[in-house]
Design a protein around this ligand. Structure first.
Ligand code: N01
Length: 534
């Protein structure tokens, strides 16, 4: 057997070198365990490596969208803007990898193809694009939005121009000067990139199936007094964020629209529109749960769109008719105003679906001659990164078969029949309905403590019980049913991918979730089974 074909052994194998994976590596090294990360890309960064489209930036303030595990790191790192752009976030994650000497634990350009649990050895056998591994634990730090959705528009393969996708953008800078550009999709990625592409392109055609709500970011250089204040009380600031329903330090007002004077509500919504970004959604406690209150906030934004977009027909096309927040709320810089430009045209795909893409054209209500086609069509969210790998657990049960009718997980951390396998921000956890950074740290800390506890308590194998998993997903859905989230077609419930099971997956409510995680630990990992005997 050649060196390359030899099976390499580790205590833990981590899939993915994004924010979750590299922090997980650090924590496991501190425990004294041997661990390796396998990463498909040629560098670290995960979502912040792949999504390099113009305008890509976080829409949670960087002072919050950052690691909190190391006080020196959070004091010494300075963000240049309120919401940092993708290159700066990538610099940050690279800085962290160097600062904590993590690079030598990462294998780049190595894709995990399969993971198979061997019941006789209680070990995972992993096959990658470059080799084989045997490991006791397998941790999927594969992100919630990492498998691009590429719709099969008829004739797409015949397109001879430049084809780009926001979620796998080339590393070289793209110049659209003098080009006729089409973009399909109007989610967050499109909403961030459209204003910048419009400034360069000769003409930009925006193909919209469903309009989105978007709130102005009011981004700008970091306010030094805000930075100083947050840094003076960083640890408390982070703790307070876990007490917010969505895990962010947004305005967290307990007031209800339904109990307030409408003039005061409109005044407050105006203030929130000017300053809150995503926090607009949490500006009143009943926006996420009361349809009438939600409608007040939605109408406020609908009127803003009418004010911002000069052509009434375009404004009307850009106006959503569903609950605000039902699809992931967007945050923008000049999105609606961009439609006032003469070189930008909005095409309504609901009325005129794409009939065909040919060598140089898109056929919809008419023929559009283009040089560049950009797909901003989203992701196979939350489950895609897992179901795209051939994962088999006890009795050779395949994960993608077990999840055929909808993903199930206990706490978003463990999956029944898949022992010693953990997911970071998996389905059933707050994940995409929270600030991902603290949610990632919460999960990585939890997983590391759990493995440590197993070592201390002489346990070899952990898995979620089917009952705990069933009960958990029932709770996820019961909570979601009390909100406006389940009425709208969105990637939160798999509706963006035709072939996907429709199931609402995020747990809504960071504080309750945090309490429940702690309770599970305090009761010796209630709901998990250790060293199951068949
Ligand atoms: O993807 P999306 P995204 N024909 O799914 C349309 C995060 N993020 O990449 O709504 C025509 O939101 C689809 O239409 P419809 C954030 O959580 C964060 O923009 O399904 N159109 C929709 O308009 C975000 O929510 C940041 O009818 C088709 C669009 O494509 C998530 O990533 C920045 C179609 C997809 O929108 C995903 O955002 C960027 C088809 N066949 C992203 N299929 C931050 O700011 C899909 N569409 C941190």
């Amino acid at each position: 057997m050649t060196q390359e074909n030899q099976t390499k052994e580790f205590d833990v194998l981590i899939v993915g070198a994004g924010f979750a994976g590299i922090y997980q590596l650090l924590k496991l090294r501190k425990l004294g365990l041997s661990a390796v990360i396998l990463e498909k890309a040629d560098q670290i960064g995960g979502t912040w490596h792949w999504n390099r489209y113009p305008g890509a930036r976080c829409d949670i303030p960087s002072l919050e969208y950052s690691y909190q595990f190391d006080e020196d790191l959070q004091q010494e790192w300075n963000w240049s803007e309120k919401y940092s752009a993708q290159p700066e976030i990538l610099d940050y994650i690279n800085h962290v990898a160097d600062r904590f000497e993590l690079r030598d634990g990462i294998q780049f350009e190595e894709e995990v193809l399969s993971a198979n649990f061997n019941e006789s050895t209680s070990k995972w056998h992993i096959i990658s694009s470059k080799g084989q591994y045997e490991t006791r634990f397998c941790i999927f730090a594969t992100g919630c939005l990492s498998i691009p959705n590429k719709p099969d528009f008829q004739g797409l393969e015949n397109f001879k121009g430049q084809l780009l996708q926001t979620s796998s953008w080339p590393q070289e800078e793209q110049d659209f000067t003098g080009k006729r550009v089409a973009i399909i999709g109007t989610g967050s990625s499109a909403i961030q990139s459209i204003p910048l592409i419009a400034e360069q392109a000769e003409v930009l055609y925006v193909f919209q199936r469903t309009p989105n709500y978007s709130i102005p970011s009011n981004n700008g250089p970091m306010d030094k007094s805000v930075e100083k204040d947050v840094k003076s009380r960083y640890s408390q600031f982070r703790k307070d964020n876990y007490l917010n329903g969505f895990g962010i330090a947004a305005i967290s007002d307990e007031s209800l629209i339904s109990e307030s004077d409408i003039n005061e509500v409109n005044q407050q919504l105006e203030e929130n529109w000017q300053s809150a970004g995503l926090g607009f959604f949490g500006g009143y406690a009943d926006i996420p749960i009361d349809k009438e209150a939600n409608d007040v906030a939605a109408n406020f934004v609908r009127n803003k769109i009418k004010d911002l977009v000069k052509d009434p027909e375009t404004a009307s096309l850009l106006t959503p008719d569903y609950h605000i927040g039902g699809k992931r709320l967007c945050v923008d810089t000049g999105y609606f105003e961009t439609f006032n430009r003469e070189n930008v045209h909005l095409i309504n795909l609901k009325m005129n679906p794409i009939k065909e893409v040919s060598a140089t054209k898109i056929e919809s209500d008419k023929s559009y001659e283009i040089d560049t086609l950009i797909l901003a069509t989203g992701f196979d969210a939350m489950t895609g990164a897992l179901t795209n790998i051939d994962i088999s657990g006890r009795n050779n049960v395949k994960l993608n078969e077990q999840w055929e009718k909808g993903a199930k997980s206990y706490l978003g951390l463990g999956i029944s029949n898949f022992p010693n396998l953990f997911t970071v921000t998996g389905p059933g956890s707050p994940s995409v309905l929270s600030n991902m950074m603290p949610s990632i740290e919460q999960h990585v800390n939890w997983i590391t403590d759990c493995i440590d506890w197993m070592v201390q308590n002489d346990k070899s194998v952990i898995e979620s019980s089917e009952t705990a998993e069933e009960d958990w997903m029932k709770l996820v859905n019961e909570i979601a049913d009390m909100t406006i989230f389940t009425d709208t077609k969105s990637w939160y419930n798999g509706s963006n991918i035709d072939s996907k099971a429709k199931a609402f997956l995020p747990f809504i409510g960071v504080p309750v979730y945090t309490e429940m995680l702690e309770e599970v630990v305090s009761e010796n990992y209630k709901g998990f089974i250790f060293d199951k005997v068949n």
